[in-house]
Design a protein around this ligand. Structure first.
Ligand SMILES: Cc1ncc(COP(=O)(O)O)c(C=O)c1O
Length: 383
C-alpha cells in the first residue's frame, strides 16, 4: 500500500494523537531500518530507547518465537518461569527486593504511586519540573507540563512540582506528609537534562529525614543506556523504588516497578494487578535483552561510543551537547526541521524533543563506524 493511502486510512480510522513522520518502516536489523521503498536508514532513536540491542537481534528473535510457539499467555493466576526468573534477575541487578510487572512505563509509575500512597495514606508526591512520567492519570499528574495536563483536569490531587536544579526547594517540599519523591535521573522527554548529583542527594536525604519513598524513573535512562545498568549508579544515590520499561522488552511491551526489600510487602494480594503483565513471551524477550546489556564489555562500549558521539557533536560546533553514554541531546535552531531533513535527506532517524533540541538514543549495540557515519550526516544538516 502506498504511503499516501496508509495516511488516508490513518486519518479515517486512527485517533489523531500522533504527528507521525511520513515514512513507513517495514524491516529492521541492528541499528538499521528499511522503509517500504527499500531505502536504508541509520536508527539513532531506537524507538525512543526501546531497541536497546538493535532490531531483530537473532537471540531475541529466537527467544521470543520459541516461547510464542510453546506458550504465549495464561495470565497471572498461574506460574510461568520466564516471568519469575526475570523478576529475580531484575531484583539482583538493582534493589534486591521484589518486582511488579506492567505493560508500559506509565503503568510502572502507577504502581510506584499506589505503593507509596498505600504506605503513607493520603501522602503527597513531589516531582521535578521538566519531568515526564507518562500519560495515564497518576503518571500525568506527576508530569508537570501545562500543555499535557490542562485538557485533562482535574488530575490526581497531591502532586507538587519543584525546580529541577534547586536542592533547597526540593528539601523544603518534602515533609512528614510526603508519600514519595519521583525523579528521572536524566530527564528524557524534556530534552536530555541530567539531574545534578546534589539534587539527587538532597532528595535522598529529605526522603530519609521524613520517611518518604525515593522513586527513580529509569524508564528511558535505565537498562544500560548511560553506560551503567541504571543512571542512578553514576551518582551512587540509591532509590527505594525504581521503574523500568522501554528497553527492557527490546520491542515488546513490558514495564516493571522494583521495590527495595523494606518496601516489597506494601502491595498485598488484591491491591494491584494486570492481565498481560510479565507474560512469558515478553519475559523471554527481556531475558534476551539482559543477556546482551548486562555485560561489562557492552557497558564500556556504550561509554566509549557515547564519548565519541558527544565529542563529535562538539567538534561540529553544536551547542548544548549533554547527556551520558548513548543518551545525548544538543541544541540547534529549528530542531523539528533539522530532524525532518536528517530523516528524509540523510536517512538518519533522530527526534526533536522541542523547538531547539535534538535527542539521540541509538541502540546500545551500535558500532563505532555507525557513530562516525551519523556524525557525518548530522554535519551536513545541523552544523
Ligand atoms: C522517563 C519516562 N517515564 C515514563 C514514560 C512512559 O512510558 P510509556 O510510554 O511506556 O507509558 C516515558 C516514556 O517516554 C519516559 O520516558
Amino acid at each position: 500500500m502506498a504511503l499516501t493511502d496508509l495516511q488516508a486510512l490513518e486519518r479515517e480510522y486512527v485517533m489523531g494523537t500522533y504527528a507521525r513522520n511520513p515514512v513507513e518502516f517495514v524491516r529492521g536489523e541492528g541499528a538499521r531500518l528499511w522503509d517500504a521503498d527499500g531505502h536504508e536508514y541509520l536508527d539513532f532513536l531506537a524507538g525512543i530507547s526501546v531497541a536497546q540491542i538493535g532490531h531483530a537481534h537473532p537471540a531475541w528473535v529466537s527467544a521470543v518465537s520459541e516461547q510464542a510457539a510453546r506458550l504465549a499467555h495464561v495470565g497471572n493466576l498461574y506460574y510461568t518461569e520466564p516471568s519469575i526468573r526475570l523478576a529475580e534477575r531484575l531484583s539482583k541487578l538493582s534493589l534486591a527486593g521484589r518486582v511488579f510487572f506492567t505493560n508500559s512505563g506509565a503503568e510502572a509509575i502507577e504502581c510506584a504511586i499506589k505503593l507509596a500512597r498505600k504506605r503513607r495514606r493520603g501522602g503527597g508526591v513531589v516531582v521535578l519540573e521538566g519531568g515526564f512520567h507518562g500519560r495515564t492519570y497518576g503518571a500525568l499528574s506527576a508530569t508537570p507540563q501545562e500543555a499535557k495536563q490542562a485538557p485533562f483536569a482535574p488530575l490526581v490531587p497531591g502532586f507538587t512540582a519543584v525546580p529541577r536544579d534547586d536542592p533547597g526547594a526540593l528539601a523544603d517540599a518534602v515533609s512528614e506528609d510526603t508519600a514519595a519523591v519521583i525523579i528521572e535521573p536524566i530527564q528524557g522527554e524534556s530534552g536530555i537534562h541530567p539531574v545534578a548529583e546534589e539534587v539527587l542527594r538532597a532528595a535522598r536525604e529529605a526522603c530519609d529525614r521524613h520517611g518518604a519513598l525515593l522513586v527513580f524513573d529509569e524508564i528511558q535512562c535505565g537498562m544500560a543506556r548511560t553506560g551503567k545498568m541504571w543512571a542512578w549508579q553514576h551518582a551512587q544515590v540509591e532509590p527505594d523504588v525504581m521503574t523500568v520499561a522501554k528497553g527492557l522488552g527490546g520491542g515488546l511491551p513490558i514495564g516493571a516497578c522494583i521495590a527495595g526489600p523494606e518496601h516489597s510487602d506494601v502491595l498485598a494480594p488484591g491491591d494491584h494487578g494486570s492481565t498481560f503483565a510479565g507474560g512469558p513471551v515478553i519475559a523471554a524477550g527481556a531475558h534476551a535483552v539482559l543477556d546482551v546489556v548486562d555485560d561489562a564489555k557492552l557497558l564500556v562500549e556504550v561509554t566509549d561510543n557515547g564519548e565519541t558521539l558527544a565529542e563529535g557533536l562538539r567538534e561540529l560546533g553544536l551547542a548544548g551537547v549533554r547527556g551520558r553514554g548513548l543518551m545525548l541531546g544538543f541544541e540547534v535552531d529549528g530542531a523539528p526541521d533539522v530532524a525532518r531533513r536528517l530523516l528524509q535527506e540523510e536517512r538518519l532517524v533522530v527526534n526533536a524533543t522541542g523547538p531547539t533540541t535534538i535527542r539521540l538514543l541509538p541502540p546500545l549495540t551500535v558500532s563505532r563506524g555507525d557513530v562516525r557515519e551519523a556524525l557525518r550526516r548530522i554535519a551536513r544538516c545541523a552544523a
